[in-house]
Design a protein around this ligand. Sequence first.
Ligand SMILES: NC(=O)c1ccc[n+]([C@@H]2O[C@H](COP(=O)([O-])OP(=O)(O)OC[C@H]3O[C@@H](n4cnc5c(N)ncnc54)[C@H](O)[C@@H]3O)[C@@H](O)[C@H]2O)c1
Length: 343
Amino acid sequence: MKRILVTGGAGFIGHHFINYLLTRTDWHITSLDRLDFSGNLNRLTNIIDESNNRDKAKKRLKIVFHDLRAEINEYIANDLGDFNYIIHMAASSHVDRSIEDPMSFVLDNVVATCNILNYARNFKKLEKFVYFSTDEVFGPAPISINYKERDRYNSTNPYSATKAGGEELAVAFQNTYNMPVIVTHTMNVFGERQHPEKFIPMTIKNVRDNKLVSIHSNAKKTKAGSRHYIHAEDVANACLFLLKQEYASLKNEVDFGGAKCPKFNIVGPIELDNHELAQEIAKAQNKKLNYEFVDFHSARPGHDLRYALDGSLMKKLGWEPKKNIFERIKDVVNWSIKNENWI
Ligand SMILES: NC(=O)c1ccc[n+]([C@@H]2O[C@H](COP(=O)([O-])OP(=O)(O)OC[C@H]3O[C@@H](n4cnc5c(N)ncnc54)[C@H](O)[C@@H]3O)[C@@H](O)[C@H]2O)c1
């Protein structure tokens, strides 16, 4: 049976990926997480409780506590064992917090990445190591520009810079030690059990409570920021799709000026501006949206109005998000209203 390690497994995207693996594979799954303010073991308990075969799911999921700021010592290594696949999702991910405290992001996103790469580099049966990166490494995208996998980087805040730093380490381990590393760049992810600081759960709650919704806009307050939002289940589906591809075939797809480490953009189906998105959230609750545009970007450098990636490489390989985005938004709103402890 294949063995997979998901770092950041108690995080938002990590637990969705684990849920997806539990239902779509028979693999043995290990979650490694240090459970900080954004990690929450109740996410994993929830998905186990909701699974069709609770006892079997429980047996297939092992939970290991470890802070990757420290190297993986002999005790932890014995507990973990080795793996066919590693997907490295553990990171500090809240942009505002990176602006307040950049060094903690260097430790979590660069040093921690080096620790997990170093641990994995002598594995004999490792088939793939996925470094789970972000669209934010490319910086803001001017209208009509959608960045491709090998476009230049332009970090506008410490979060994106440290994700780009971790990404370069992953590339270096592929080049130096011939590790089967691939990199993904994913756009803004949403779904059930997301941290309530994030825009979508916060908007669901504010609309429910008839509160004012603040929407980041341009300086003239005429245009809201936009993203290609993607549901966490679609992201999980894309990751499993990539894990199941032969590494050699992926390498052939992505050569760019001699660069080796394959990279893939995982992109939501359409570009949505945050005003449209908030309106959809209000519509799903049969409520009127009470909102204001806020020129957050002039006052707080480090926040970008538009991010955009080109998803054509994944389409060429045969992958696209499955479900309509408006249905996804409606489902998440309905779920969050029913499970209000998560918002
Ligand atoms: N949320 C998004 O829209 C988005 C988009 C693109 C990429 N990403 C990337 O996806 C990954 C997961 O994001 P998320 O939204 O699920 O974040 P999250 O904050 O919900 O989860 C991150 C998890 O990593 C754990 N963690 C952090 N530092 C750690 C360390 N040093 N050692 C061990 N565990 C540690 C946390 O406890 C948490 O459970 C991150 O790498 C992030 O950069 C997120």
